[in-house]
Design a protein around this ligand. Structure first.
Ligand code: ZN
Ligand code: ZN
Length: 238
């Protein structure tokens, strides 16, 4: 009754194409737009989660991970960083559309549910923003997505144990090597007792080269975390 009344006052519109959807469901994305979202599936690198260009085949280690294994134990992303997801993430972060954290978080939780069920995690830790960036933006997108994932997967969320202690310039126009140098030493664990001996799920919005989460994993493992696995909504795929 209340739902029906609210639908008249605030008709549910698709987050992507803005058309009216009578049965919006929790995602608020119409069937057509949902289909246009490219989720990442096997075969992929069993470590960094990079999808291989082939349709058939088993998951295996990619060349980059074989040569130099990353600091984290695994990384997975729900979708490719393109099309409507790229647009939603941009509106979420730069147009302050904080309500988009819900569909983005739910798509991630749903797509990666089998993977999350096959591993054991003790807590969700979002990639922190520097306090200056947090003041500019007003919110941390990784915290909002982490809240949805923690709720869906029934894990505690710790948003203060990991801190960004050094200001870093935006990574957007930097090469992979420059990104690594840019974030080196940027993170620290403020409460080691909360991560010591724990299996951490590190959450961010986009996985580009992995330099940010690698640096976070270094700090978390330095503080005694036994495992660090990375979950992102999207992943840039060349
Ligand atoms: Zn739509
Ligand atoms: Zn890999």
């Amino acid at each position: 009754m209340l739902r029906a009344f609210l639908d008249i006052l605030f008709p549910p519109l698709c987050h992507i194409c803005r058309t009216f959807i009578p049965a919006a469901g929790p995602l608020h994305i119409c069937a057509g737009c949902r289909e246009s979202i490219t989720t990442i599936s096997s075969p992929l690198c069993d470590l960094c989660g990079m999808p291989f260009g082939t349709i058939d085949g088993f998951d295996h280690r990619c060349g980059a991970c074989s040569i130099s294994p990353p600091r984290f134990d695994a990384a997975r992303a729900a979708t490719r960083f393109d099309g409507p997801v790229r647009e939603m993430i941009h509106r979420f972060k730069y147009d302050q559309r904080v309500q988009l954290s819900r569909p983005l978080g739910l798509i991630t939780a749903e797509t990666l549910a089998p993977w999350a069920a096959a591993i054991t995690s003790d807590l969700v830790v979002p990639v922190p923003l520097h306090v200056r960036r947090l003041r500019q933006r007003g919110f941390n997108q990784a915290v909002l997505i982490g809240q949805v994932l923690a709720h869906q997967w029934q894990l505690p969320l710790d948003r203060t144990c990991l801190r960004r202690i050094r200001w870093t310039e935006p990574q957007i126009n930097l090469s992979a090597a420059e990104r690594t140098a840019n974030v080196r030493g940027a993170f620290a664990v403020s409460a080691p007792s909360r991560v010591e001996g724990r299996r951490v799920l590190l959450v961010d919005d986009v996985f580009t080269t992995g330099s940010t989460v690698t640096e976070c994993a270094r700090a978390l493992k330095g503080a005694g975390a036994t495992e660090v696995r990375v979950v992102t909504v999207a992943r840039a795929v060349a």
